[in-house]
Design a protein around this ligand. Structure first.
Ligand code: ADP
Length: 444
């Protein structure tokens, strides 16, 4: 059965009350109709007043004012409730919007929305650095005019966006960008363009490709020599002198390949182990004494004068195996690039700034233009000379990696014809005083 809500019942009572009161007043005064009309006018006036209040309330979002009566008791709180929930939703939405805008604005990637004619509808701040698109100045302008790149223009025109596009940044020619384009999900006539700076990745990939090509080339040369000689030996039995020469050459090339592979393995181990190797107290004096003995043996008949100048008994906190490889590479290089009987000097000293190991030779020296590139993998000043002297082109790359892992730096000073000095600078925090060594707990 239909049951009337309380407020409506109250409203009905009010209406009937007004009607009865004005009817009674009409009967008493003998003016029934005017009194009824007046009563109804008062009733209507009251509702008009409530309506005006409601309009005022909706306008100012407030909850104040006189308490409603009758059916307004039902309507006003419902409207207020709905208004409150709308306000909360608007607040939430605007918070979400702010957060979204903030996120897109702090993105390092450029984000641009294009309309159906390729004009900028919106862009984030990163679009300025990467694509020359400044918000809001660029709004309504063609992307292809702001970032004039024929490849990008063609890409947008063809509307084939399955694969991202790689271009040079129109805003900074040193940057390489990967550009993705996709239509917006709910507004397919708008395109979202995202440009990402992939410069580092791009050059890493290029250098990796070059490296693989160079290593293959380095390995192919001795392999060609070995297989050529083996074929000759296979087809005709040479006289003993030629046989000896051929086997000697095969051995030499095999040794070269072996050295290259072993250097490659050392380098890849250093590169792969991102975390530092177990550290210990490395007594540098001992380490250098061994390296010098080996250098004298390597020099052999060339009789280089290898001098060891130890000015400090301090050691280093580091990985002995890695440090030995690095120092040994520097000393071997010095021997290789210095004429017979000439001097190679190894100096170990410690000052307030840290510890310094320098290897100075009196050899051929290196032209300034090569110096910044010496630590690149497989970089050689003179490839054929380096191969003749047994170099793999990886020695200084290994040195650089080891030093990086020990927070140290390599300094190269050289003059053509005047010899070279390679210095490893270690920070003071890595220096260990002789007495302190036993008491120093070294973490792995
Ligand atoms: P390699 O094994 O060929 O010596 P490195 O990476 O050790 O490779 O050195 C790179 C290049 O730097 C060498 O090919 C050589 O040209 C140059 N170089 C290194 N050390 C010296 C040095 N002491 N004197 C002159 N040139 C050097």
């Amino acid at each position: 059965m239909f049951s009337m809500p309380n407020h409506w019942r109250e409203e009905l009572r009010l209406f009937l009350g007004t009607l009865i009161m004005s009817g009674l007043a009409g009967m008493l005064t003998g003016q029934l109709l005017p009194c009824l009309l007046l009563g109804m006018l008062v009733y209507l006036g009251w509702h008009l007043y409530q309506l005006a209040r409601l309009a005022h309330l909706l306008g100012q979002n407030g909850h104040d004012g006189p308490r409603p009566i009758g059916l307004w008791k039902d309507i006003v709180p419902r409207i207020q409730e709905r208004q409150d929930s709308n306000n909360t939703r608007i607040r939430n939405l605007s918070y979400q919007l702010d957060r979204f805008r903030d996120t897109v604005n702090t993105l390092p990637d450029a984000v641009i929305i294009l309309d159906h004619s390729g004009r900028v509808d919106w862009s984030n701040p990163a679009a300025e650095n990467l694509l020359n698109i400044v918000w809001p100045d660029s709004q309504g302008r063609l992307l292809t005019a702001l970032a004039p790149d024929p490849v990008l223009g063609e890409y947008l025109e063809n509307s084939e966006f399955a694969m991202p596009l790689v271009i040079t940044s129109p805003a900074n020619r040193a940057k390489i960008l990967s550009v993705f384009v996709t239509p917006l999900k709910h507004e397919a006539n708008l395109l979202m363009v995202v440009a990402r700076d992939i410069t580092r990745q791009y050059y890493l990939d290029t250098s990796r490709r070059d490296f693989v090509a160079n290593v293959s080339h380095e390995l192919r040369t001795p392999l060609t020599v070995i297989s050529g000689l083996a074929e000759q030996l296979n087809t005709n039995i040479p006289d003993p002198a030629i046989l000896q020469r051929s086997t000697g050459l095969i051995l030499q090339q095999a040794r070269r390949m072996n050295e290259l592979v072993s250097d490659l393995l050392t380098l890849s181990r250093l590169e792969m182990r991102r975390e530092s190797a177990p550290e210990e107290h490395v007594p540098i004096e001992e380490l250098l004494t061994t390296i010098v003995e080996e250098a004298r043996t390597l020099s052999g008949a060339a009789q280089h004068v290898v001098q060891l100048d130890i000015r400090s008994r301090d050691g280093l906190r580091g990985n002995a195996k890695e440090l030995r490889t690095a120092f040994s590479n520097l000393v071997t290089n010095a021997i290789r690039h210095t004429p017979n009987h000439a001097e190679v000097r190894i100096l170990w000293q410690v000052d307030d700034e840290g510890a310094h190991l320098s290897v100075t030779d009196t050899g051929e020296g290196i032209a300034a233009r090569h110096i910044p590139r010496l630590t690149e993998r497989l970089y050689r000043v003179d490839a054929s000379h380096s191969r003749d002297t047994g170099g793999t082109g990886l020695g200084l790359a290994i040195v650089k990696h080891v030093l990086e892992r020990h927070d140290a730096e390599l300094e190269i000073i050289s003059t053509v014809g005047g010899g070279s000095t390679f210095t490893c600078h270690f920070p003071a925090e890595r220096v260990i005083r002789p007495g302190a060594a036993e008491n120093t707990a070294i973490s792995d």
